[in-house]
Ligand binder design. Structure first.
Ligand code: MN
Ligand code: MN
Length: 470
């Protein structure tokens, strides 16, 4: 028998007074490892099905309909337990489960974004140079451009033809599909390139998508490769070159979501910022077993990566109109609903990376496997652009998470003057809604292949579920 040593006074006082966070795996409840694994399987499917905001909306609607949601009809009377959604132009989605209490008691809102950095095709993309065909791209969101070279890419999007008919494009996802790539210079000849700074190693105008090299027919003439490519597009999609003008085509990483690590503790995939939080909010809403006390709302927003502007961004009135339609169904004023509402701006944060420790402030960083990360504020250089949640709001989240066995941590994004970032939080707070940031820590954020810890993914879901039920 081992003799139990008495705690010294220092040890006792340390235990009583000091904050000593533990790894999430030491804090899991009985049977939770299996729940994490099952949840993450569904999440990986969500990632593979939705590599663009349009695809995410389509897939989320399919899941919602299967869970009993129906499109909201303006002017209809709403009853507790009603499950409704509104598809905003195919690119953002608003869903709600009507609560037992009237909307003048406020809603609980989970807001995440479903757009991710990528390479958009320009409106006049296709050209031929030295008998190689390329498409010009204009990158979307904040990327390290060099990371998007020499990886397999897939082409997703929508083409609106001259006659108004629409064609959905998804090339490079099915087994045997062709894929695409952006080239980089071989190291043997990179003498000059090596002297350039990161942003210039590969310039925006070098991010040209290779699409083909075989010339059309045997006649002599220019642009034979380009014509051959157009011929293929015409055959498959009935489109002509001019149709690119009214198309939204985007090159996204072709890789599927996979487990990473011998222990499979991590997920590697494109677009986890912010589909990891989008899936958490959506799944929590769909999984509500009983009618929540307050109306539960899930927002899957577009355009966060470029400032949340436009009709499908979080600054759009589309959100206000949806909420006002819900309020009207109960004869409640929108402003009364907003001022008592609560919003979790669910977006990813930077996980501490031991390989780049110099960019982080270790005492206030988020760590893999320490759970969903609450951030009191975001912003950059002196909290500029931040929606700084009040101590009261942090206190509320702390209480709800603590009472419901949610593994969570509180951190900010990197060293104070190293950079920074923003989320949709400020646009919700500006509406007079108490808002706080929380999300999953990500490594290699905005890279074509981002990683998250499965435990943290699951805790984002568990946290959102606890808030919806609160
Ligand atoms: Mn994000
Ligand atoms: Mn982002």
């Amino acid at each position: 028998m081992e003799e139990k040593k008495e705690e010294t006074l220092l040890q006792q006082r340390k235990k009583a007074l000091c904050f000593a966070p533990q790894n999430g795996y030491d804090r899991l409840e009985e049977g939770e490892t299996a729940k994490i694994s099952a949840y993450c399987d569904g999440y990986k499917t969500f990632l593979d099905e939705g590599k663009t905001e349009r695809e995410c909306v389509d897939y989320a609607i399919a899941l919602a309909r299967a869970a009993g949601f129906r499109p909201l009809v303006r002017g209809e009377k709403l009853q507790p337990g009603d499950k409704v959604y509104r598809n905003n132009r195919g690119k953002s989605l608003l869903l709600a489960v009507i609560g037992q209490e009237s909307l003048d008691k406020g809603a609980v809102i989970g807001a995440a974004h479903i757009d991710s950095p990528r390479l958009d095709l320009k409106q006049n993309p296709l050209y031929e140079e030295k008998e190689l065909a390329y498409c010009k791209t204009h990158y979307y969101g904040g990327i390290k451009k060099y990371q998007w070279t020499t990886i397999p890419l897939a082409l997703h999007g929508l083409v609106v033809r001259r006659d108004g008919t629409q064609v959905t494009v998804r090339i490079g996802e099915d087994p045997g599909d062709p894929q695409f790539t952006v080239g980089d210079l071989l190291p043997h000849l990179a003498g000059d390139q090596a002297k350039k700074t990161m942003g210039a190693i590969v310039s925006a105008e070098q991010l040209n998508l290779f699409v083909g090299s075989r010339p059309f027919g045997s006649e002599e003439g220019g642009d034979r490769v380009k014509v051959a490519i157009l011929d293929l597009l015409h055959e498959k999609y009935g489109m002509v070159e001019e149709d690119f003008l009214s198309a939204e085509l985007m090159a996204v990483p072709a890789a599927k979501a996979v487990d990473i690590g011998l222990d499979r503790s991590v997920i590697g995939a494109y677009g986890q910022d912010d589909r990891v939080c989008a899936y958490a909010c959506l799944k929590a809403l769909l999984d509500l077993k009983q009618t929540p006390r307050r109306t539960a709302v899930c927002v899957l927003a577009d355009k966060e990566e470029v400032g949340s502007l436009g009709v499908t961004g979080m600054q759009s009135a589309a959100f206000d109109i949806f909420m006002s339609d819900l309020c009207q169904g109960q004869g409640v004023a929108l402003k009364a609903c907003y001022e008592t509402s609560f919003c979790l701006s669910a977006d990813v944060t930077a996980a501490y990376d031991p390989n780049f420790a110099e960019a982080y402030e270790v005492r206030n960083s988020a760590f893999f496997n320490y759970g969903v990360c609450v951030s009191k504020y975001t912003g950059a250089r002196g909290k500029s652009g931040a929606s700084d949640a009040s101590a009261e709001v942090v206190g509320l989240v702390r209480r709800v998470f603590g009472d419901n066995g949610v593994v969570w941590q509180l951190a900010e994004l990197g060293k104070t003057d190293q950079g920074g970032g923003g989320t949709v939080a400020c646009y919700m707070a500006n509406r007079n809604i108490d808002t706080i940031d929380a999300g999953v820590p990500v490594l290699s954020m905005h890279a074509p292949f981002e990683t998250t810890a499965k435990l943290d993914c699951y805790m984002a879901y568990k946290g959102m579920l606890a808030l919806y039920h609160h």
